[in-house]
Design a binder for this molecule. Structure first.
Ligand code: URA
Length: 276
């Protein structure tokens, strides 16, 4: 009897692993099919004494967007922006993440790349694009003479993501998470002031271009990034391309990314950057 229960448990575990459920979110199981007794709205707000340091975590999406915009606009440096994101509690993905993932590379770089969201490796190390897709990304960038460890701003790259916290189980970021985080990434770009932006993958391209078309339509041509929520008059040439995680699954599309990188190289030469 004990043996058959152990076998059942083992089979269930194998099934979870095969389906990508590789993470535990809490110590006790939660039956999410049962509706909880929801407290009244006033009761969901933390007592004033608990709110001194961080954003209240029970803001609605609209209030959270306003709060994020206020914090983003108030950040005068990268350090202040990182601190603002760290103390902003209205995104529940912060609770399940291990580390905040802010950026990597050279902040003086003329080229900035924006990906989607941290995965498991990035969450563990607190740096963007350090897993398998990051390794492929480094190889792609090296072919056009760019590196995140380079000191020369003309040959360097600076990397961040739309979200700074890993969505549990690497799920796709929700529209609300993207909308709430938009002000932070727009201010991040404004502080870096890159000459050219790479929008890496569909989530990044759609969010920063404010378009609903998929990445297949958005890639392959230079467009202009203009902040959508931040009051700012910057506009930066940008190119969207396929995400390296997609290339790992679909290597036949590598040629398209290569074509995008050649367009990028041409643009850099036009701007007198990295001409070697
Ligand atoms: N994918 C992303 O979009 N960003 C990362 O940092 C890692 C994987």
């Amino acid at each position: 009897m004990a043996n058959s229960q152990a076998n059942l448990a083992l089979q269930a575990l194998e099934w979870y692993v095969e389906n990508g459920v590789d993470e535990v979110l809490s110590d006790a199981p939660v039956n999410r099919t049962v509706m909880p007794d929801l407290p009244k709205r006033e009761e969901t707000r933390p007592a004033a004494a608990n709110v001194q340091t961080n954003t209240p975590e029970f803001l609605g999406a609209a209030e959270a967007k306003v709060e994020a915009l206020k914090l983003a606009q108030g950040a005068k440096t990268l350090e202040e922006l990182a601190d603002a994101i760290r103390t902003f509690d209205a995104l529940s993905i912060k609770k399940t993440a291990t580390n905040m993932v802010f950026s990597d590379g050279n902040p003086q770089a003329k080229v900035m790349l924006v990906g989607e969201a941290p995965g498991a490796d990035e969450d563990r190390q607190g740096k963007p694009f350090v897993g398998a897709s990051g390794q492929l990304l480094d190889v792609i960038l090296s072919h056009i003479g760019l590196s995140r460890t380079e000191e020369n701003p003309d040959k360097a790259i600076y990397i961040s993501n739309i979200l700074n916290w890993r969505p549990p189980g690497n799920r796709t970021p929700s529209p609300a998470e993207i909308e709430i985080s938009q002000a932070f990434i727009e201010r991040h770009i404004e502080l870096i002031q890159p000459k050219v932006l790479i929008l890496c993958g569909g989530v990044s391209a759609k969010a920063l271009l404010g378009k609903s078309e998929g990445i297949t339509k958005l890639r392959g041509q230079f467009q202009t990034f203009k902040p959508l929520v931040l009051p700012s008059d910057i506009n930066i040439p940008c190119i969207a391309t396929y995400h390296p995680a997609y290339l790992l699954r679909t290597p036949a599309q590598k040629g398209k990314v290569w074509a995008d990188m050649l367009l990028l190289k041409e643009k850099l030469q036009e701007l007198g950057i990295n001409e070697g």
